[in-house]
Design a protein around this ligand. Structure first.
Ligand code: GDP
Length: 479
């Protein structure tokens, strides 16, 4: 018995085949996360595993034997930078292997996936194709959404209040001093504007470097992408002058630039990129925060709350109303799970789950299914055991990155070691109740030094639960 949708399915697949791929369905997958969360590694691993049909038992199309193959294709929009897949892979698999540079701006990549559908009509229509468009962008850019709802005066008041908090004193001192030296009602001057913008940017970047995971907008001040040095970023918060704003004053100039930033940078990003995504993965470096202590965990939670606000739908976020929203699945992934023993992977997942549940307490991801996973795009460690004081302890085996130290040892970047990484708490709530802090032995490892090769001679990249992530994000489109 055929249903109307089935009929339509057949008609569409026939059309797709005859119309030289014009009707090939396209799945747009967004990959985001704060700087160093693991976006570049995740995408490189995902693409490589699809191209070479890696070890992916949890990815149904491959496990079922229906996956035929993948190839890279030209991206339809030539104005957007291409994700540098080949360079990143070469760096990762070079001699010696190294981590490539992370995401600094938006980039995209298109894969064409060929598979045999499991639907009953598939036998009649032959293999199906799917365009998978991967969109990589800094999570920092999502922090700009609230700006759309703020005037220059409102944003300035908030930003200046924050800069004057005791905790910000050292980092903001230069900016505040520069601010004291200018007359906001005086004539607009590019020199003043540039000095203010550069000291304000330094303040934002410094507070980020000093451990803060949460960041303040504007996001492009931290990761300017292609706008580095452009006038669109040459503004800073200013105290409102008494009385009406005079045309031609410094205040009026920066107010104009703030409005231009919203209209020409923030709004187009949400309209042209974000709003067109079908699926989204949000990568979170949960382990780094756990390792840095309770303050960092709180900080991460604040940052995630701001990032996740962009995925709230409908009434919860009027700012997003002008953009049509359609993301129907969101995956939260705790990255670098290879830094803990596999017995802690489920715990890491539970901690992430708790982090995002809190961050989105009042948010409704209406219509979107969410899931949390602990993953490693590229697994840099293997597992073993050591016996210590009559106890058998699970260990990680890997090569620490050069120059790191632990318990007095300095690593040279070539020597493999076995490390007891420590355990994650069984109950994620204990982290939020001010209970005992987690103490992990945390080292950065080099990418795997030796890689297996598949029958075609391609390197096989080891991973953790990447196949489950792929199945959640694209498996149903290949059903
Ligand atoms: P991005 O800024 O979000 O693009 O972050 P990257 O993908 O560049 O990752 C930042 C760093 O985290 C890398 O240079 C690696 O050191 C580390 N990293 C990322 N993913 C993994 C992983 O799966 N395993 C391990 N061990 N380290 C990872």
């Amino acid at each position: 018995p055929t249903t109307l949708t089935d009929e339509l399915g057949i008609a569409l697949s026939n059309l797709a085949d005859s119309a030289t791929g014009v009707l090939t369905p396209t799945l747009r997958l967004g990959v985001t996360g704060l700087s160093r969360a693991g976006k570049t590694i995740f995408i490189t691993a995902l693409v490589h595993n699809l191209l070479t049909q890696g070890r992916l038992p949890g990815f149904a199309p491959l496990a079922d034997g229906r996956f035929i193959g993948a190839r890279l294709a030209e991206y339809p929009d030539a104005t957007i930078p291409r994700f540098a897949y080949e360079q990143h892979l070469a760096t990762l698999t070079g001699t010696p292997p190294a981590w490539p540079e992370g995401t600094r701006r938006i980039s995209q990549l298109r894969l064409v996936l060929k598979f045999q559908s499991a639907k009953w009509w598939a036998g009649m229509t032959g293999p199906a194709t799917l365009n998978l468009d991967i969109v990589d962008y800094p999570g920092e850019w999502l922090l700009d959404l609230p700006l759309l709802g703020l005037s220059f005066a409102e944003w300035s008041a908030e930003a200046l209040d924050r800069a004057r908090l005791p905790g910000h004193a050292t980092e903001a001192a230069d900016f505040l001093r520069t601010l004291e030296g200018v007359d906001v009602s005086g004539d607009a001057s590019d020199v003043d504007a540039e000095r203010l913008a550069s000291t304000f940017t330094t303040y934002l970047r410094r507070s980020r470097e000093h451990g803060a995971l949460s960041t303040l907008p504007p996001g492009r001040f931290l990761l300017p992408g292609d706008l580095e040095g452009s006038p669109a970023l040459t503004f800073a918060p200013l105290p409102r002058p008494a009385g009406a704003t005079r045309n031609g004053s410094l205040y009026a100039m920066l107010e104009g630039r703030f409005e231009a930033y919203k209209a020409q940078v923030v709004r187009p990003f949400f309209r042209d990129h974000f709003a067109r995504l079908d699926r989204q993965v949000v990568l979170v470096d949960t382990l780094r925060a756990l390792n840095a202590g309770p303050e960092a965990v709180n900080d991460l939670e604040t940052a995630l709350t701001a990032v996740l606000a962009c995925f709230r739908q409908g009434e919860a976020n009027p700012l997003l109303r002008p953009f049509s929203r359609r993301i129907d699945r969101i995956l939260f992934a705790a990255t670098k799970a290879d830094h803990v023993h596999h017995t802690s992977h489920d715990r890491l997942q539970a901690i992430l789950n708790r982090l995002v549940a809190n961050a989105s307490k009042r948010a409704r991801f209406a219509g979107a299914a969410t899931r949390s996973l602990a993953i490693a795009g590229i697994r840099a460690t293997s597992e073993g055991t050591i016996r210590e004081h009559g106890e058998t302890l699970p260990t990680l085996v890997g090569t620490p990155v050069e120059g790191q130290t632990l318990d007095g040892a300095i690593y040279d970047g070539r020597t493999e070691i076995a490390l007891f990484p420590g355990d994650l708490p069984e109950r994620p709530d204990s982290l939020f109740e001010g209970g005992e802090p987690v103490s992990l032995n945390f080292l950065r490892f080099t990418p795997p030094q030796k890689l297996d090769r598949n029958a075609a001679g391609d390197p096989v990249l080891p991973h953790i639960r990447l196949d489950q992530a792929m199945d959640f994000l694209i498996g149903d489109w290949m059903a």
